[in-house]
Write a protein that binds this ligand. Sequence first.
Ligand SMILES: Nc1ncnc2c1ncn2[C@@H]1O[C@H](COP(=O)(O)OP(=O)(O)O)[C@@H](O)[C@H]1O
Ligand SMILES: [Mg+2]
Length: 245
Amino acid sequence: MSLFITFEGIDGSGKSTQIQMLYEYLQARGYPVIKVREPGGTTISDWIRRILLDLRHTEMATTTETLLFSAARAQLVIETIRPYLFDHGGIVLCDRYADSTYAYQGYGLGRDLAELRMVTAMATGGLQPDITIFLDLRAEEGLERKRVKQQPLRRASLTNSWEIEGPADAVPQGAATQTPEWNRLDARELAYHQRVEMGYRELIAESPERWHIFDARQSIDTLAQQIQIAVEPMIEHVRLLEPET
Ligand SMILES: Nc1ncnc2c1ncn2[C@@H]1O[C@H](COP(=O)(O)OP(=O)(O)O)[C@@H](O)[C@H]1O
Ligand SMILES: [Mg+2]
């Protein structure tokens, strides 16, 4: 038995932090587990990620962007996720998945949800997560955490999709300087992130059985424990790795 767990939530809600902690926890308990992030995770997907990240591509249309995200997802599902789940019987932890497309391109940008579902069905071959961990944080707080973090983030056209964390060398020097005051761009981002936040709530209401919701304002350790408890009944069916001899 395999297990496919996705992590969702707005930027800054703690997905990367918690996915790493769950990964280490499951590994320590002897489970076959991998973690992947979108977009990326394969050689081809990482190239697509670079195209999405490239600061020079300011003219990128949202249609192009949506299809590139989907193309990266298709390759990740075919090359990595499906084999690990179905040939290997392992646990796959995925940092963002199809729900991010619906929340960001759909609710955030107002693109047609039925159309996004079609593209996503093609990209994933219909593969759905067994469970989705949702880190619940208000848009305002997520943006605040991001500001505090002061990490270089791409500011150009991708403020329209979900934010992509890039390596420092992907951003020209000085491009990520953060101003302490709340400026016009921040305000636009806030309205956008609020739509995304609302979108997540609608997605949860559509299929509540798949989602596990956590208050992301709790401490990192408390959250990690709660997530471990939530996945416990699911991992019982996954076969442990053979001890090395
Ligand atoms: N439970 C938490 N409480 C306070 N700060 C947190 C918590 N979880 C993560 N952070 C911090 O918030 C920032 C964003 O976390 P991260 O895991 O990168 O979020 P995401 O991957 O969802 O964008 C980081 O600086 C991280 O250290
Ligand atoms: Mg992250």
